[in-house]
Design a protein around this ligand. Structure first.
Ligand code: PMV
Length: 338
């Protein structure tokens, strides 16, 4: 165990996740308590690696992302470390080095993998020994979707009802191997999104006339997705997932001023995915707070989907993934090659 062999230092990896039933809206912005539950899949190729080193000489935590000090999100990193120090009764600050192997803040769930990796490494470095459920609760403070990246495969995030957030946690629904779907990501813009999800959610809940309907419909969509996953029913999962993604974007567009995360290429990709499905290829789409289209493919269909999306005008890059595991500490060997 790293805690014994090298106290105060740990490295963890966590993978991005994509929601099929979307989270959009908070009941408490401070603690990131969601107004709706969500269901996601955790990927196996898009990751964040984070090293946490405690340093008694530091007066402030130091956070570096992809080699850049004081990266966006630093305040949330510090807030999370503060919470973990409270739990462990420690006052020692930390150096945090984080690395993403994919674009940050571009609607590819980098905050999800980022905060899940941070909590997992800090848990080990501070010697807290937290359960995955407790790490999920803490990761949520960094970013709502990060609570889901603690677990692999198919994951449900609960809305919860308590004001302290102790029941706003994720739990696994099925393992990656139970139903090995694949993901093809059509990237059309690698830049940071103009309106981040926190601001976008706030604007939506405060100004959209449809917000209450979105919240009240969510339990029905969650139930449909849960049943589809349990039955490995691809068509049912496709229908409810596309409905949820389009409802989320319709809702965001109905905020004032409206939020437009799609670009022209996003729209072309959505039509391409719909056409593929009409032609018998088992695939459906989802889109988050950015223009990239994620095509979710039944086993065996990802090559055809990737070939079709590569041809869409404006697609600059295709990323591929399968489903992967939960956040975990890396052993010494893995750390030295990281
Ligand atoms: O938790 P955040 O702030 O990264 O928000 C996630 C929002 C969406 O990606 C659009 C939806 C989701 O459920 O992941």
């Amino acid at each position: 165990m790293n805690t014994q062999s090298n106290p105060g230092r740990a490295q963890a990896v966590a993978f991005a996740n994509f929601a099929l039933i979307k989270y959009w809206g908070k009941r408490d912005a401070q603690l990131n308590l969601p107004d709706v539950g969500s269901i996601s899949i955790t990927l196996d190729t898009l990751w964040t690696r984070t090293r946490v080193e405690l340093d008694p000489t530091l007066e402030h935590d130091l956070f570096e992302l992809d080699g850049q000090a004081g990266a966006p999100g630093s305040a949330r990193v510090v807030a999370l470390l503060e919470r973990m120090r409270e739990i462990g009764g420690s006052r020692v600050r930390a150096h945090v080095h984080s690395r993403n192997n994919f674009p940050t803040g571009a609607g590819l769930a980098s905050s999800a993998s980022g905060f899940a990796a941070l909590v997992t490494a800090a848990d080990r470095a501070y010697g807290l020994g937290l359960t995955p459920t407790r790490r999920s609760e803490l990761a949520r403070i960094g970013s709502g979707s990060a609570a889901r990246s603690i677990f692999g495969g198919y994951v449900e995030m609960h809305r919860g009802n308590r004001s302290d957030g102790s029941d706003s946690i994720a739990e696994p629904l099925a393992a990656a191997d139970d139903w090995p779907l694949e993901v093809v990501i059509a990237v059309s813009d690698r830049s940071r999104k103009s309106v981040g999800s926190t601001e976008g959610m706030q604007r939506t809940s405060q100004t959209s006339p449809f917000y209450a309907a979105w919240v009240s419909n969510q339990p029905a969509d969650l139930a449909l997705a849960r049943e589809a996953i349990a039955a490995r029913d691809f068509d049912a999962l496709a229908d409810v997932s596309e409905a949820s993604a389009l409802a989320m974007h319709g809702l965001a567009m109905s905020a004032r001023p409206g939020l437009l995360y799609f670009n022209a290429t996003t729209m072309e990709c959505l039509h391409t995915v719909r056409q593929l499905r009409a032609d018998g290829v088992p695939v459906f789409f989802t889109v988050d707070a950015g223009p990239q289209v994620k095509a979710i493919c039944a086993p065996g269909s990802a090559d055809a989907v990737a070939a079709a999306l590569r041809e869409v005008r404006g697609v600059t890059e295709i990323l591929r993934a399968g489903l992967g595991g939960g956040a975990a500490c890396l052993d010494k060997q893995a750390r030295s090659s990281a």
